[in-house]
Design a protein around this ligand. Structure first.
Ligand code: SF4
Length: 370
């Protein structure tokens, strides 16, 4: 039987969030973890209207869905467009890469159904991006990946590498050459996109790295994943967790189930006093402090992701992970290398950097963050 969050639980969550005084001008709400489209459109229409009724007038709410795309139809497209939902589709590239890991319970590849959902979004002019999990095979094929996106009219891409979380240990991370392969993939993909202006408009890993590397010295930077309640996660039953969203649903000897309370039986602001929060925060702060003292990438990272530190190092109170080397260090290196080439002689990735940086209007006055 499917576990579905009730409107009573959603009402408790949002009324307590709005009453907490923790929300700034905009509250992004992300519906994910489990396939959100298995519930009917009417469920979300009702939920969105209820949230609108509860929210303070001046507060803006944005909604994002992360979906496998297989259930997208006309009705979903109309809903996404009307509600201006930020849609992310999980597709790992062309069939031979996607069907390696994304299978139905019966063991069938889901590529056909996912790409049908992508095409439906395009037909209905619904903006979307894709998230692709890279494997060693797809990392070795940047041109093939690029051509696939361009042929399918996909112009906003985000790359993940299969990571270690909870008890799951990533096979990709065990590959000694993974960092060099990932760097090469991003570099070549970026250069391909510069040679075909307009074909790919957004590569998350490059955009974010540029944003961090070139931000003004005095611009504020925070890592929400290490701040209590900057990210709030709730499961279907109303249980609340914070820090990395992936912690919700995991278990650990030291932190139990990472839960701080339940919005149906407690009050959100009281969860600040949760002993579990204190335990987690103490260890996370130790990890961040050690990162600050030892890592030259701290100014563009802010101490990384607790869930990956725990999975790879066995404790929040730690520093480097394969995950942070892939998601923070190598993209930052790539952008810095490209900037140096752009400044020295242009060409190759240098051209890519110059074009990208010119686009964000930030090439002049560029300064390293360390
Ligand atoms: S890149 Fe890794 S070691 Fe450096 S600050 Fe981030 S998490 Fe810590």
């Amino acid at each position: 039987m499917k576990a579905v969050v009730s409107s009573h639980t959603l009402g408790n969550l949002f009324s307590q969030v709005f009453a907490s005084g923790w929300v700034p001008d905009v509250l992004p709400v992300v519906w994910h973890a489990g396939e959100p489209l298995v519930l009917p459109v009417a469920f979300y229409r009702d939920a969105f209207r209820m949230i609108d009724r509860l929210k303070p007038a001046e507060l803006t709410i944005t909604h994002a869905f992360q979906t496998n795309g297989t259930l997208i139809n006309d009705e979903w497209c109309a809903f996404f467009a009307e509600e201006q939902v930020d849609v992310g589709v999980s597709i790992d590239g062309p069939r031979q890469f996607h069907d390696q890991h994304r299978l139905t319970r019966a063991g069938q590849g889901t590529f056909e159904r996912t790409i049908a959902g992508v095409r439906q979004l395009r037909r209905q002019d619904v903006p979307f991006h894709v998230i692709s999990v890279l494997t060693p095979a797809s990392m070795a094929a940047p041109a093939e990946m690029f051509d696939f996106y361009v042929d399918e009219g996909i112009d906003a891409v985000c790359f993940n590498v299969e990571e270690s979380e909870g008890g799951h240990v990533s096979g990709s991370f065990a590959d000694a050459g993974i960092e060099a392969a990932y760097y090469r993939f991003l570099s070549e993909f970026w250069q391909l996109s510069v040679r075909r202006p307009g074909a790919i408009k957004f590569i998350r890993e490059i955009e974010y790295a540029i944003e961090q590397v070139i931000r003004p010295q005095d611009a504020p930077f925070s890592n929400q994943l290490v701040e209590p309640f900057a990210v709030l996660s709730m499961d279907w039953a109303g249980n609340i967790s914070t820090f990395s969203p992936e912690l919700l649903g995991l278990k650990n000897d030291r932190y139990g189930d990472y839960l701080l309370g339940n919005v149906n039986t407690g009050i959100l602001t009281d969860f600040l006093d949760s002993p579990n929060l204190a335990r987690m925060l103490r260890d996370i702060e130790v990890g961040v402090r050690e990162c600050r003292g030892s890592c030259q990438y701290f100014s563009v990272c802010g101490g990384g992701e607790p869930v990956n530190k725990l999975a790879e190092n066995g404790t929040f109170a730690s520093t480097e992970t394969t995950y942070c080397r892939l998601t923070k260090m190598r993209p930052t290196d790539l952008v810095l290398d490209a900037i140096e080439r752009a400044q020295q002689r242009g060409g190759g990735a240098g051209e890519a950097a110059r074009a990208q940086l010119a686009r964000v209007g930030a090439y002049e006055g560029l300064g390293r963050r360390w």
